[in-house]
Design a protein around this ligand. Sequence first.
Ligand SMILES: [Zn+2]
Ligand SMILES: [Zn+2]
Length: 338
Amino acid sequence: MRSVVIEQPGRLALQTRALPQPAAGEVRVKVKFAGICGSDVHIYHGHNPFARYPRVIGHEFFGLVDALGEGVDPARLGERVSVDPVVSCGHCYPCSVGRPNVCTSLQVIGVHRDGGFSDYACVPARNAYPVPAAISDRHAAMIEPFTIAANITAHLQPRPDDIALIYGAGPMGLTVIQTLKGVYGVKQVWVVDRIAERLEMARANGADEVFNNAEAALPQALQQRGVQPTLIVDAACHPAILPEAIALASPAARIGIMGFSGDACTLTQQSITSKELSIFSSRLNSARFPQVIAWMADGKLDPQRLLTHCVPAGDVERAMQMFERDQRTCCKVLLQFE
Ligand SMILES: [Zn+2]
Ligand SMILES: [Zn+2]
C-alpha cells in the first residue's frame, strides 16, 4: 500500500509499505478521502512538538472497514466510517470527567501514531464512527474539522442573541461560523481576516459581517459601529489576538482560544476581571463525532462550502504546498485514495 510519510522534518515521501493487520480491538480502514490540515503542514515542517518521525500523517479521514481485529463485532465489516483521531486511556482524571482530548496519555492518530494519509490505516474500533448514507464520502472526511468547532462552541454555549466575533476565516474559522449559525442560530456573526478571498468564503459560510484588518483597525471599526462582541473565537491563533479580544469584549463575554503558539502575550488581570470575562481553551475534540454526524446528516452543517480542492493522493506534496501557500483560493483540500 502507499503511505504518505514524513520521514523527518522537511522530507515527505510516498512510501510503499506492507498492508497492516488490525490488532485486537482494532479495525482496518480502507481510506477513501483524507483532509489536509494546518497541523499536517506543521508536522511536515517539524513545528509540532508532539510528532515523532517517521510518521504517516493525516487525522481527518473516511473509508470502509475492510478487516477486523480480534473481539470486534463482525457486523462492522464493510461499514462506512469516519475516524476520531483522539485515542485516550479511559481512566485518567481528564478521561473520567469526559475530556479524553486531554488524556494524560493522549495519542493522536496522524501525530503520535500513524494516520490516514495511507491506502489503509488500523485504528481502535471505537474511534471508527459509522457514517449514515445522508453524508457523502467526501463530506464524511470533513467531520473531524467540524468536531473542533463543536468542541469550542460546547465550552462557549452560544445563544441566538450573542454578538459573535471570529478571528480567522481559514478552515477552523469557517467551521465555527457554520456551527454558530446552523446549530446555535446566532444572529450576528462577525468575521475578521486579512485576506479578501477568505472573507468572501466566510460570507459563503454564513458570516453576517466581515472585516478586513489588513485595511483598517478592527477595534476602531467596532467602536464606530457600537459593537461589543459577547462571544469571541480566536481561530487565527496568533498570540496578539487574545489581548485585543479581551479589550474588545463586552462585559460578561466568553472568549475561546485554540492556538498552540509558544510565544508570550501580555495580559492584565484587570482587563479580564473588570469585565468578568470567561476564557476557554479547546484542543481537538472530546467525543464530538456522534453530535457532528447528526448535525451534518440533518443539514445543519454543509462541508461543501469550505471544500475547494480534491486531488489524487499521489499529488500530496503539491497539494500540501498549495494548501500552505495559496490561501486565496484554497481552503479545505482532500486527498483521494484508491
Ligand atoms: Zn485537523
Ligand atoms: Zn486518559
